[in-house]
Design a protein around this ligand. Structure first.
Ligand SMILES: [Zn+2]
Length: 214
């Protein structure tokens, strides 16, 4: 059962017409009636007719899409790691570059997307490489700010691996800057989180930065 969302009362401005029931195109395909009702009301508020053909199933689609895009709230760290921790055979740097990710900014609920670069210096444990990408998704599929996403990935990895150090750099483009506001389509935002030895050792940090630029 999905979390129930209270349906907000409409205090509309009289545009369009209100329909409080989601029109059932296929009654078996109601996914999350409360959420779908909210989306339908949103369509009315932006001046649309939610009953017109192209929009009839939009609340359903949006509910499903939002469920996926925020699935990081319900996924657990244990599921993601799924016993994929192994004994470290060396203590050399492990670096996964260019991890593609998609997230939603918590200020506008608009997408931001880009690449994450994640490196760590193991202590006794290493983690399956694909799990690092899944860890990024775990935190990206929530409402986020880029800074928090960056530090959550770094802090979690540091903790689960008890690593000597973790370095995370994220480069992203934000739709809330590209489509609205300052409309800077080509700007990208870079955030970094350095933990453990990466925090203390400038040379190591520099090495990491060179490797991700290479
Ligand atoms: Zn934003």
């Amino acid at each position: 059962m999905k979390n129930q969302v209270a349906v907000l009362p409409l205090n509309g401005n009289g545009n369009g017409h209100y329909s409080t029931q989601l029109k059932m195109v296929d009654p078996n395909e109601i996914y999350d009636p409360h959420f779908e009702s909210l989306v339908q009301q949103m369509l009315v508020r932006v001046g649309e007719d939610p009953e017109r053909e192209g929009l009839q199933r939009t609340p359903l689609r949006v509910a499903k899409a939002m469920d996926f895009l925020t699935s990081g709230y319900s996924a657990s760290l244990d599921d993601v790691l799924n016993d994929a921790l192994f004994e470290a055979e060396s203590q050399e740097l492990v670096l996964v570059k260019d991890i593609e990710f998609y997230s939603l900014c918590e200020h506008h609920m608009l997408p931001f997307f880009g690449k994450a670069h994640v490196g760590y210096l193991p202590n006794a444990k290493i983690i399956g490489l694909s799990k690092i990408a899944r860890l990024v998704d775990l935190f990206a599929r929530r409402l986020q700010v880029q800074e928090r996403l960056t530090s959550q990935v770094a802090d979690t990895l540091l903790e689960v691996l008890d690593a000597r150090g973790v370095a995370v750099v994220i480069e992203a483009s934000h739709f809330c800057m590209m489509m609205r506001g300052v409309q800077k389509q080509n700007s990208s935002t870079v955030t970094s989180a350095m933990r453990g030895v990466f925090q203390d050792d400038a040379q190591l940090r520099q090495e990491f930065m060179q490797l991700i630029r290479a």
